[in-house]
Design a protein around this ligand. Structure first.
Ligand code: ZN
Length: 201
């Protein structure tokens, strides 16, 4: 039990910051101090932004993306290629591909991968909706999944799931390193992997 060195309001701020990915208790203290020092310029605007986000963020009913509108900005953008669906595991991967400007298409967020060891089966992922969307005027489904065992298991499952539709199913070229997670790749590697995507076996 560490002793509190500030009032409960500040201790609570530190404890919550420490739950963020990449921040431990020590860096959470530094972040809290920084926020407190920049109270007007940073702490107050951040609190406002978080309040608004907490109230308005919704999960897109079409694709599983998160946004403040329904359907999300990407699904609503009719300039995007409507015949191609890019399947990703998480919203972080969708954002990574968008940052790379890899493809002006629509996405489908699975919400994870099949993982027998962790008890994650097809019913736990956004797969029914994927099959329905793929059957609705889509010509190509690109599986932009992590090059992990679970990612590749999921890729094969989806290929089987969609096989009766007669559409092209491709996956990223392995400029994506084995074991690689998309969110950690640089944008050049991601764009190249998207351009050189290959047919699923
Ligand atoms: Zn959407």
């Amino acid at each position: 039990m560490t002793e509190a060195i500030a009032g409960p309001e500040i201790e609570r701020l530190i404890q919550l910051l420490a739950k963020l990915p990449g921040l431990g208790p020590r860096s959470a203290r530094r972040a809290a101090l920084h926020l407190i020092r920049k109270r007007e310029a940073l702490l107050a605007p951040l609190a406002d932004a978080m309040q608004v986000a907490a109230e308005r963020i919704v999960v897109c009913e079409a694709c599983g993306n998160i946004d403040t509108r329904q359907p999300c900005s990407i699904c609503a953008d009719l300039r995007r290629d409507q015949t191609t669906l890019v399947v990703v595991e998480t919203v972080a991967d969708l954002w990574a591909l968008e940052r790379a400007g890899a493809m002006k298409a629509r996405y489908h967020v699975l919400g994870g991968t099949l993982s027998p060891l962790d008890g994650i089966g097809p019913k736990d992922l956004n797969l029914d909706r994927l099959a329905a969307r793929a059957a609705d005027g889509v010509k190509e489904v690109i599986l932009a999944l992590n090059a992990t065992v679970d990612g590749q298991t999921t890729a094969h499952y989806i290929t089987d799931l969609l096989s009766h539709l007669g559409i092209t199913v491709t996956r990223l070229a392995h400029g994506v390193p084995v074991g690689g997670e998309l969110d950690y790749l640089d944008e050049g590697t991601l764009s190249a992997a998207m351009r050189q995507r290959t047919g699923m076996g």
